[in-house]
Every structure is written in structure tokens, then in C-alpha cells.
Design a protein around this ligand. Sequence first.
Ligand SMILES: [Zn+2]
Length: 415
Amino acid sequence: MMFTDPAKALNEKDKRWPHDAPQATGPSKLVIRNIGLLLSGAMEKPILDADTIVAENGKITAIGRAKEVDTEGATTVVDAGGTTVAPGLIDSHVHPVAGDWTPRQNQSNWIDSYLHGGVTTMISAGEVHMPGRPRDVVGLKAMAIFAQRAFWTLRPGGVKVHAGAPVIECEMVEDDFRELAAAGVKLLGEVGLGGVKDGPTARKMVGWARKYGIQSTIHTGGPSIPGSGLIDKDVVLEADTDVVGHINGGHTALPDDQIRCICEGCKRGLELVHNGNERSALFTLRTAREMGDLGRIILGTDAPAGSGVQPLGILRMVSMLSSLGDVPAELAFCFATGNTARMRALDCGLIEVGRSADFVIMDKAQHSPGKTILDSVQLGDLPGIGMTIIDGIIRTQRSRNTPPATKVPEIVSGH
Ligand SMILES: [Zn+2]
């Protein structure tokens, strides 16, 4: 029998977990040149007239034509080879639990797999799949603070996971929200997944959360898994959370007339998720467009969930909404980037000086009939990802999950 050195065994095990995402070790200057198409993430100007981005120490410092920007002293140079650069995608609705593991489907490395789908930032809608999740006030506060800390310390693959989203219970008092905020909690988990399922209580607690700078979301629609319940339009509108979580259901959507009431009855974020009803997502999209409110549309996957994890879920939503919802692809990408960043006050999601240097570099998938990447997405195909960058550091090259990109960027120098 072979003797296995426990230390070695641990090292082998560690290799399966991308716990040690590279961190910046000194001053860095990233130059991405020869960009064929630059998507800004901003609906008011989704395409930028530029072919070069410079990022220093993880932040964008210049965007322009190669001749106009200072590329001297670059520590890393990427030749985009005429491909497309967009802000890293944001998943507005995930349910992380511990590290890069989910007990829901007992799956490891799901966050790293999302990175291969272009997702560089995730927002927790509650760590609800934690086995033995505490429902008492002290326990749920402790778990939220723990999750916030743990996911900020650990970035699987480099992905920024904003976690620590407590699910509210009826026994909570205002002081609990003050205490959570003081401890660094910035999000509420989906209202309705805990004991609070009525409008007046939800409204009171969402108000306390808002008072202390904690953002809120709500579970909209029918029960997701046994044990959860229905949240209808009256509760959604009365609770008045910052984001109408999965307005297209997760999975079961409200009837169209209720979805329309929500769209028209508030100005909050309208979140469409992969783990929901696609027809209802398209109905919400059309309603928001009629209202001139496409800026409210944000995307999530709601994974891990009963339907598993969807590493390409955000790309699939972009492609689905663009192709079946007749949205120009460059605008559909804004749903997964700039819209979410603005609504959630994130420093990523837009190609703007001062923002985090979080990018996804893509090209038309091989053999897509689309003439360009945008055309291919409008035809319902997914783009191929060639590289992801977070905080100015290259995290992945050719995606192991998307269809292969026709062209991939090259690292000219640095790493
Ligand atoms: Zn939900």
C-alpha cells in the first residue's frame, strides 16, 4: 500500500479549489490594445469609440485610441486581436454557501465555472442553502456577518462575491439592522424566504435596512422549493425592496397582469433570472421597454438552485433577451453590467476611468451564422469567451465552458 503524506494530500486537494486567486503584488499597469469592439455597459452609449484600455493597480486609467493613451511602462500587454471587450458580467442573484462549494447540488468550483462564463461579480440573495441554517435572530445575524467576511477574504478564481445577506425573520427589531450594518452587512437576502411574508412587516424591516444602508431584494412569485411560499404583487409593492428579485419567478412567475402592476407600481430594479420563467422574462422586458425603463432591467441566475448551477446563465439571458426580445445585443449586455452596477452601487460594470478593471474579452463563437459578435447574439447564439480579467489581473484565458471563440486575445508581455 502506498503511503500518502497528509501534507501532500492536502496540497493535491487544494489544487482542486481555486482558493488562491492571484493578488496584485506591486504596482501594475495593464494595457489591452487592438480592441475591435468596446462595449461600455452604459445604455446611453453602449459602444465606445476606442481600441485601447489602460488600467493601473486594478483601476481603469485611460480609454481611447492607441495613439492617444499612455501605454508606457505596461507590466502586462494584451492584444485583443480585434475581438470584443466588455465589462465583466455581474450576476445579481446567487445563493452561495461556503467557499466554492454548494450543498444544493453538492457541487464544487461552481463560482470558478461562472468565471469561465464571464461573471466577475456576484451578489448574494441569501445564503439560504446552508445546511442547518439558523432562523433565530442571533444565529442569522452571525451567519450573515460570517458569510460577508468569508467571501470577501476568499475570492474563488478572483470573482468578487458580495455575500452576507440575512433572511429576515419576524422577531427582528431596528437595532438588529443597525448592528448588521455596523458589522459590514450591506445586503438583505430575499424577503419572503424566511418568516416575514406579509407586506407591512416586510416594509417596516426593508425601511430599517435602507436607513442603515443595507440593500434589499424580495422573492417574487410562487414557492421555489418545498418550504418557501408565494409572494404576490401586493406584498412586492408594499415591501418596496430596492430590487424586485426574479420578477420572472424562481421558478414560478406571477401572472402577467401582476408583473405589469409591479413594473408600473414602482421604480425599483426589475431582475430577470435564468432560473425563472422565460416567457415572463420577455413579458417584463417588453413592459419595461414600453415604459422607457430598460435601465431597470438587471440579470441574475438564482443559482445554485433546484435547476443546478448555470455557468453560462448570464450569457444565456443576454442572448435570450436579445434574440427573442428584439434588444440590440450591445444593450442586452448593459442589463448584465452597467445597469446592475448602478443599481447596486458597485465600482465595476462600466468601462469608465476610475472603475475596477474587470473585463470579459469575447468573440463570435466559431461557426455562428452571425456576421459579427453582436449579430450572433441577436441570432440567439452565445459568444465565445477568450479571457477574463479582474482588478487588472488576467484570471482565465480561453473559456472551458463557452463555445470556442473565433479569435482569442493574446498575452504579448507580462502575465
Ligand atoms: Zn427566490
